[in-house]
Write a protein that binds this ligand. Sequence first.
Ligand SMILES: [Mn+2]
Length: 196
Amino acid sequence: MAREATITRTTAETDIAVTVNLDGTGRADLSTGIGFFDHMLSAFARHSRMDLAVSVAGDLEVDGHHSVEDAGIVLGQALGAALGDKAGIARFGSAFVPMDEALVLAALDISGRGQLHWAVEVPFGMVGDFDTQLAREFFIALAANAGITLHMRQLAGDNVHHILEAAFKACGRALREAVAIDGALAGEVPSTKGVL
Ligand SMILES: [Mn+2]
């Protein structure tokens, strides 16, 4: 069965559609209205090997907050829907990703308990048209709505573009590992509870 899902969500602040295919090739079709955010989601898709389409029409006349946070919510919901009953998945994934002087670890568990543990020191300010504080908001929303326990930890880094890009790539790479079908499980849900 195809592990893919499309979720749409409309509020007074944003109008969002996300499609994910967990068994894709990393193809991305992105239009969030925020160039740097598209760049980050492109890196995320490429290194997760998911096919990812994200369309956001948000209230950028306010700022990017609603657009980025809500994209995280809808992407998280789409990931959860595409995972279905989680039968046969590896469940855990981790990746250290360097980008020049920056080094970020993402370690995650598709646990059903969505939570972010964030130890990434992102310099305050703007990178292009993206408010650097929004990276954390995005990952909170993603983890909460996908039901993923997500640890992100910066080991090194000064340049904010490098730090953020390493973070998005690390999360993508760790997810690729965690959502992969582990043939040895023969379709079992990898939990002593039998449910994730
Ligand atoms: Mn870049």
